[in-house]
Ligand binder design. Structure first.
Ligand code: GLN
Length: 427
């Protein structure tokens, strides 16, 4: 079978053919970009990439670098230290506003240039070269290929970087920059000049969608850092259009003046679009259209509340013994439903069988709630027999004096199916 998703992306580009706006021209080299190019890519956390249009065309990452450098700064310095230098409030200002928050003296967020230049300066490195190298290595690792810097765009932007230089001196006067401002502007401009394709950006976004893991499963960002970055993208990623974007499209995103746009749907996909003409906020006109359309077709709004599984637990009697069969993935809400079923068991001496054969994943909160429920059932006098062949509860102590795991439940009662479940893990 041919996957229908690639074809869908081609149709999506056709549907978003109308263009408007103009290419960024404050960086001379960007003014030379072919404005008619357009591309889109979608990457899954396990590494599948679908793309259409000019998907192998390189362009400079520009401001889409900001969330990734911010992530590296937090990983290096810890969140508290980074928050002391850079706030997380949407500014409503243009991306290159020369401003600090009046009350705190900090840049308002890491997605505008003031915050991004400060974040760049917080990345560790013995000198600017090492800082530059670490940033490029990090982007390359999450993109899944060795990236390079577009030297022509770099030189071009550096020769006209007066505004960013003003911002860096301003940061230096309030004590936010440890290094000489010109050095940091140079490094920040190099970070913005990394050449990427939509495939690279979709892969980078998919790592954030996967909570900070690459498709091979290696962890590049802690869940806390990842969450911080996505939160800031959601509230500040689209500059002065951020509120409109979050309500309308509902995907944490970041745009760049070369025409790139990435979006991350946590737990699901990374998306990237490219088209050089920009609207008045500095966001790609067709990129925004592509996201609007994708959102409408695929239902990708972050605030669309996930449907709660209608039945996560079923109680039935087997030879007079209650069997609580749990199904699906368990998070807080689902675990609460299971606990309610536990609570309905009348106090007594009866064995209760809790069958987790059809549970695939239990998050940490659900796991603790379930173990607490089992402990309480035990305390009420019910010997609990747990069937957990895949060890979704791990090897945790349930407070029953016995370690809970996937082995055949001990005790007199074991229906055939449970014997099988136990046998599967005994061997
Ligand atoms: N390098 C650009 C700048 O600092 C990035 C801006 C952007 O992409 N919005 O001006």
């Amino acid at each position: 079978m041919r996957m229908p998703i690639g074809r869908y992306l081609e149709l999506l580009l056709d549907a978003c053919a109308d263009d408007g706006g103009g290419v960024a021209d404050y960086i001379p080299e960007l003014a030379a970009a072919d404005p008619d190019r357009v591309a889109v890519a979608l990457a899954t956390p396990d590494g599948e990439v679908y793309a259409a249009g000019d998907a192998d065309l390189e362009f400079t990452i520009q401001s889409i670098s900001k969330p990734f450098t911010y992530a590296l700064a937090i990983a290096d310095r810890g969140l508290d230290e980074v928050l002391e230098s850079i706030d997380v409030e949407p500014s409503g200002d243009a991306f290159n506003e020369i401003s600090l928050d009046e009350a705190t003296g900090r840049p308002r967020n890491p997605m505008i240039n003031a915050g991004a230049i400060a974040a760049h300066g917080l990345v560790e490195g013995a000198d600017q070269d090492e800082r530059d190298r670490r940033i490029l290595d990090f982007y390359s690792e999450i993109a899944g290929r060795r990236l390079r810097i577009d030297e022509a765009v770099f030189e071009s932007e550096l020769s006209t970087a007066d505004r960013n230089t003003a911002i860096a001196y301003m940061l230096r006067t309030v004590g936010t920059l440890e290094q000489p401002p010109l050095e940091v502007v140079r490094g920040y401009t190099r970070q913005c000049s990394v050449a990427v394709t939509v495939r690279d950006l979709a892969r980078m976004a998919a790592v954030l969608a996967a909570g900070g893991r690459t498709p091979s499963g290696s962890r590049v960002l802690s869940p806390e850092v990842n969450r911080q970055v996505l939160s800031v993208m959601a509230t500040c990623g689209m500059y002065d259009a951020a509120g409109d974007w979050l309500t309308h499209i509902g995907i944490p995103a970041k745009s760049g003046v070369a025409g790139g746009l990435v979006g991350v749907l946590p737990g699901q996909v990374g998306i990237a679009a490219f088209s050089p003409r920009l609207d008045e906020h500095g966001n790609s006109v067709r990129g925004v259209r592509i996201f609007e359309r994708l959102n409408r077709d695929m239902g990708l709004h972050l605030m669309d509340a996930a449907e709660v599984a209608p039945a996560v637990v079923r109680r039935r009697l087997h030879d007079g013994i209650p069997v609580l069969e749990v199904t699906g993935d368990l998070r807080f809400v689902e675990a609460e439903r299971v606990l309610r079923t536990f609570a309905e068991e009348r106090e007594g001496e009866d064995v209760v069988v809790v069958d987790l054969t059809h549970v695939h994943h239990v998050n940490d909160v659900a796991r603790r709630l379930l173990l607490e429920g089992i402990r309480r059932l035990n305390a009420d006098g019910h010997p609990v027999r747990l069937v957990d062949p895949d060890r979704v509860l791990g090897s945790a102590e349930a407070g029953t004096g016995e370690i809970v795991h996937g082995e055949q439940p001990r005790g007199g009662y074991v229906p055939d199916r449970y014997e099988d479940a136990g046998a599967a893990t005994r061997g």
